[in-house]
Design a protein around this ligand. Structure first.
Ligand code: HEM
Ligand code: HEM
Length: 310
């Protein structure tokens, strides 16, 4: 009898531990808001906020608005990432995969070593990665070819004090009111920059290091960049993406949803429902893909590229 009591006691204390985290976080948030409200009322801080309103000036000739290609790239990126995060999670947590896949060692890619056998989840992860990277490369080329890069790459050092200013404005609940159609605030700019130019390449390089295409017989390279380092970074990068997406989508919806959705999905700065409905269809497509991405449908596709075994 003593064992169940002990067990339920542990479960209860665990529950209490979790339960206390919620009000503690809320109190901490409230304190941060009150503290920054007080702080932003101080004369020195007021001057700082006036000098640094929260956004850097764009270089002259910066484009205004979002071209259709950018909207498509943005959608495809989200679509692939959703499934990449899911399959990454499956790779991490599935002890006994439903099926395995081995690459055909003939035709286009031929290697001396026999190809290794991987789970169907990892096959799907890697296939999506190729599509995601291709999408990213096209995005980067078009970004730099059209001048659109100026909106997500910092071009002046005042981006840092402006980011601090924007952070103070967010924390004091006086949210910055920049119009993303024309210019992002400095915090947005830095976050988009970090996502596109730091997090995505990090995911790629560390993923590549763990995959079987990475050269095994390169002792110096592999000593400088050990697989353990790649493994230690790859998962936290996923956490970064998940956190970024949660905050990003929350802010898009909380700071003038219709207008923001029109920016990225409707190609205009208006406040009608066009962007919302296109966004709704894009969500439906993602939900559909989520349900279709199961071994029953994946096996035939994987069979085209290799041998699927149970
Ligand atoms: C499906 C949910 C998403 C929605 C509704 C959404 C919405 C938006 C909107 C409305 C903008 C323009 C912001 C403005 O006008 O102020 C934007 C920009 C951006 N979003 Fe998203 N987004 C989503 C998912 C993602 C994901 C998954 C990523 C990448 C991990 C991402 C990365 C970006 C980037 C980098 C920009 C700046 C693009 C540029 O100006 O070149 N978004 N998003
Ligand atoms: C773009 C190139 C990418 C490549 C080449 C790649 C490759 C890989 C490989 C080979 C593994 C298996 C590691 C193992 O055998 O233990 C893996 C696992 C994983 N991937 Fe990726 N990946 C990429 C991008 C991403 C992205 C963008 C995310 C999430 C945002 C992600 C999330 C994960 C997760 C969560 C795991 C499981 C890691 C673990 O067990 O700790 N991957 N990836």
């Amino acid at each position: 009898m003593s064992v169940p009591t002990k067990k339920s006691g542990t479960a209860k204390s665990k529950w209490v531990q979790r339960y206390w985290a919620v009000p503690a976080a809320l109190v901490a948030l409230l304190l941060i808001v009150l503290l920054t409200k007080w702080l932003t009322g101080l004369p020195g801080v007021k001057d700082f906020l006036e000098q640094y309103p929260g956004h850097s000036e764009l270089p002259s000739g910066a484009p205004v608005g979002f071209p259709a290609w950018l909207a498509w790239q943005h959608f495809l990126n989200g679509f692939f990432l959703l499934l990449i995060i899911r399959t990454g999670w499956q790779v991490r947590t599935t002890a006994r995969p439903a099926a395995h896949w081995t690459r055909n060692n003939k035709g286009f890619i031929r290697t001396k070593n026999p190809p290794s056998k991987i789970s169907l989840d990892l096959w799907f992860h890697l296939t999506l990665d190729v599509l995601w990277i291709l999408n990213g490369v096209v995005f980067a080329i078009l970004l730099f070819a059209t001048g659109q890069w100026m909106r997500i790459v910092p071009t002046s050092w005042d981006v840092f004090p402006n980011a601090l200013s924007a952070a103070l404005q967010y924390a004091s609940l006086n949210w910055p009111t920049e119009n993303g159609w024309i210019n992002y605030n400095a915090l947005q700019l830095l976050t988009y920059f970090a996502t596109v130019f730091i997090a995505a390449p990090l995911a790629f390089v560390t993923g590549l290091r763990m995959s079987s295409v990475w050269p095994k017989k390169a002792p110096t390279l592999n000593r400088l960049f050990p697989i353990e380092a790649a493994r230690a970074v790859h998962f936290p990068v996923m956490i970064y993406f998940v956190a970024f997406i949660a905050v990003h989508v929350f802010l898009v919806l909380a700071t003038g949803a219709l207008r923001n959705l029109n920016h990225m999905y409707g190609g205009s700065d208006d406040e009608n429902w066009v962007g919302f409905w296109i966004f709704a269809v894009s969500v439906a497509v993602m939900v559909g893909a989520w349900f279709l991405a199961r071994p029953l449908f994946l096996r035939p596709i994987a069979s085209l590229m290799g041998k699927v075994t149970r």
